[in-house]
Structure formats: structure tokens, C-alpha cells
Design a protein around this ligand. Structure first.
Ligand SMILES: [Zn+2]
Length: 406
């Protein structure tokens, strides 16, 4: 107390300028005041904070852009467009729903998924009954082109689709029919064409390998579905200077025709010239036509004969359809134009040499009981060189060879 009295008496001067501080210090010594001050300070801080957040003016983001250091005006970056929020109404509850009434049925359980765009199905052609125009040799036009393209795609026809139904196309159709179990007549009717375009037909690579030892006789018949593989037109392979083809378009197996070509060239080299092929490949229908023609001839010459008698007379010399090995494309009737073949130098040369080229004289007098056919000096059958040699050296007919080598 005396000190307080003393200070009140002293005049204020520079020396005692700090005295009031001392007095404040003393006031702060009072704990009550200190608490009060602290509380007031905290209150002030809180107020300042509130005021600064609520009253602070919004700052233009552009003002926050760094001020360009240099004077060159920097291009103002175009503000990227605000991401547009497409309201998905399906997710929001409709009015009233949040109160538990009036909207329940409107709230989808799950957000409806955006309907996935199902690819619009290309109009499926309604399977109207397809009608095919039968195509045969001599036909032409777009329908032939389409058929040829399908045959080419399946490996039955080489080259390009020219729209002309010629021999090559006919062979391809026969091949296609044979491999696919259709009647191999070379005429593309509805059955053939619908299978050809079906996408499920067998292709040429699925054709069975040619069996050069195939046995065809009255006991081993071929049905009308049979068609040999790899037929060629003989005149396309062997020049006319070597061989005359009696009937235009006559076909044969390619390998057999090549062997025939080599054989006749060698014969010509030895001075044996003038050759003709009277027949080679004949299909089932061709053979049936021969039978019918023969029956008609017998009937014409013998009006009192029954049909059965005409038929049995025919079968003495003409093989019933399905029993002729001409159907294989491996047999050739080789002749000399205008003369009987038996006894000619051509016949003698061939009988002596044909085995060297893979051929045998198929029907001989001493094997008639085994072959079922009368002797034919002009009928040569390709069996391959090895088999031909064995058969010739052993004097076996094909029936014997197949029987013994089986
Ligand atoms: Zn013959």
C-alpha cells in the first residue's frame, strides 16, 4: 500500500513511463480477470472467424490467376465448360416420396438401365419356298454363274464362272452329286441346287480316292448314284493326230487317259498309227440307253420276240446298267476307224504292250466264265502298271486278281 501511495504522488516522466505497464501486469495477476480476458479473446476470435467466412465477398476465380510477369498478354484460358450434370430422373424420388406417401409406386426399385441398343436385326428373309430352274448342259446366264461359283468354292470346278454350262461344268455337277449321294446325272435340278447352296454339302476333298482296281461285273454292280472322280475330256488331253475320238465329248479318268496317251505315242513311234476311241466313260443312264436301244433293235428285227427275249439277247453283248466298267471311266474301247479291230496290227500291238502302261485286255475267251462277258479284243481296262503286270504274267483276269490279292 505505501508504494501505491508513493507512485500516485510522483509526476509522470519519461523514466517512469513504464509504470502503467507494471500496473497492468499487476491487474493480470488477478486470476479472475485473466479468465475473463481469455474468454473475451476467444469470443472475439470466434466472431472474427464467423464474420470472415460469411461476409467475405466471393472471389472471382479469374483474380486468382497468376498475374503475368511480363507484359505479353497470355491467352486467357477458356474455362472448361462446367460438366453438365444430366439429371437422371429415374434416381430421384418423385415429390412426396420422401414423406412415405404418394410416390412409392413411382420410385423404381432399381434405376432403370439405359436400354441397350439391340442391334436392329437385318431383315431376315422369310424362307419363301425357293424354286430352282433346272440347269443342264447348254444352259447359260446368271443362274449358271451362281452354280459355277458354288462349285468352284467347294473345289469341284477350276477356273472362273463364265456362265456357260459346258462339259467341264457338267463333270463338276456329276462329281458334286456323286460325292453328296445324289443321282449323278450331271443335271442340276432342285435337289442338287438346294444342297449346293445349303452350306452343308461335302466338298470335293471329301471325294473317295479313285480305286483303279474297282471290280464291276454282274455280281458287283454300281448304283445310279455312282460317279467316278477326276474325269477329263479325252480330246482335251490327247491330240487328234494321236487319237481320234469317235464321239465328241467322250470322257475318261485323268490318270487312265494319261496312260493311254503315253501308250499310243509309243505305238506311233513304232510305226503303229491310226487310233480311235469308240467309247470310254459311260454313266448309268448312258448304259441304260444302250440297253434300251438294243432291245428296240431286236424287237424291230424280230417282231414276234417277247421283251424278255429281246432283253436277254441284248445282255449277251451289252452290259446291264450298273454292271459296265465303262461307268468307272477306266475302260476304253479302242478301235480302228472303218475296220473290224480283231486281227489288226493295232490290236496285236496293244495286246502285247498294254500291260506296260497299266492296261489289261479285260475280256478274253478263256475267262468268259469268270468275267461273265464274251471276249472283246477292243476293250482295255486301266488297273495300274503293277496290277497289270501281275495279271498278265499270271494270266489272271481282274476277278482272279482281286480274289487272290484280297
Ligand atoms: Zn468296252
Amino acid at each position: 500500500m505505501p508504494r501505491t501511495t508513493r507512485s500516485q504522488k510522483r509526476p509522470p516522466d519519461a523514466v517512469h513511463a513504464r509504470r502503467p505497464g507494471k500496473q497492468r501486469t499487476r491487474a493480470l495477476d488477478n486470476p479472475f480477470i485473466r479468465v475473463l480476458l481469455a474468454a473475451a479473446a476467444m469470443l472475439l476470435i470466434v466472431l472474427v472467424c464467423i464474420a470472415s467466412t460469411s461476409l467475405m465477398p466471393k472471389i472471382d476465380p479469374a483474380l486468382l490467376e497468376p498475374t503475368p510477369e511480363s507484359g505479353t498478354p497470355t491467352p486467357v484460358p477458356t474455362p472448361s465448360p462446367e460438366p453438365t450434370i444430366t439429371p437422371t430422373p429415374a434416381i430421384y424420388a418423385p415429390f412426396g416420396a420422401q414423406y412415405g406417401h404418394g410416390g412409392e409406386n413411382l420410385i423404381p426399385e432399381t434405376p432403370t438401365p439405359e436400354p441397350t441398343p439391340t442391334p436392329t436385326p437385318s431383315p431376315v428373309p422369310t424362307p419363301s419356298p425357293v424354286t430352282y430352274t433346272t440347269l443342264r448342259k447348254g444352259a447359260n446366264g446368271p443362274s449358271v454363274v451362281r452354280m459355277q461359283e458354288a462349285l468352284i468354292a467347294l473345289g469341284y470346278l477350276d477356273g472362273s464362272a463364265d456362265g456357260d454350262f459346258g462339259s467341264g461344268t457338267q463333270r463338276a455337277v456329276i462329281q458334286f452329286q456323286a460325292v453328296n449321294g445324289l443321282s449323278a446325272d450331271g443335271i442340276a435340278g432342285a435337289k442338287t441346287l438346294s444342297l449346293l447352296y445349303s452350306g452343308s454339302a461335302l466338298d470335293a476333298s471329301e471325294a473317295p480316292e479313285m480305286d483303279y482296281l474297282i471290280l464291276v461285273n454282274r455280281e458287283n454292280r454300281l448304283d445310279d448314284h455312282y460317279a467316278p472322280t477326276d474325269l477329263v475330256e479325252i480330246a482335251d488331253m490327247i491330240p487328234e493326230s494321236v487319237l481320234k475320238v469317235k464321239y465328241k465329248g467322250t470322257q475318261a479318268n485323268r490318270v487312265a487317259a494319261e496312260a493311254l496317251y503315253r501308250m499310243l505315242e509309243d505305238a506311233i513311234d513304232e510305226g503303229i498309227t491310226v487310233w480311235q476311241v469308240s467309247s470310254a466313260y459311260r454313266g448309268y443312264k448312258d448304259q441304260q440307253a444302250l440297253v434300251d436301244q438294243s432291245v428296240a433293235n431286236y424287237k424291230k428285227n424280230n417282231p414276234d420276240w417277247s421283251r424278255d427275249r429281246c432283253l436277254s439277247a441284248t445282255y449277251q453283248t451289252v452290259a446291264p446298267a450298273g454292271t459296265s466298267e465303262h461307268m468307272t471311266g477306266l475302260a476304253f474301247d479302242i478301235t480302228v476307224p472303218g475296220v473290224s479291230f480283231t486281227g489288226t496290227k493295232q490290236q496285236k500291238w496293244l495286246h502285247e504292250h498294254c500291260y506296260e502302261y497299266g492296261f489289261v485286255v479285260r475280256f478274253t475267251e478263256d475267262k468268259q466264265d469268270k468275267t461273265g462277258f464274251l471276249a472283246e479284243s477292243w476293250h482295255f481296262r486301266y488297273v495300274g502298271v503293277q496290277a497289270a503286270q501281275v495279271m498278265t504274267y499270271n494270266n489272271w483276269c481282274l476277278e482272279e486278281y482281286v480274289e487272290k490279292m484280297k
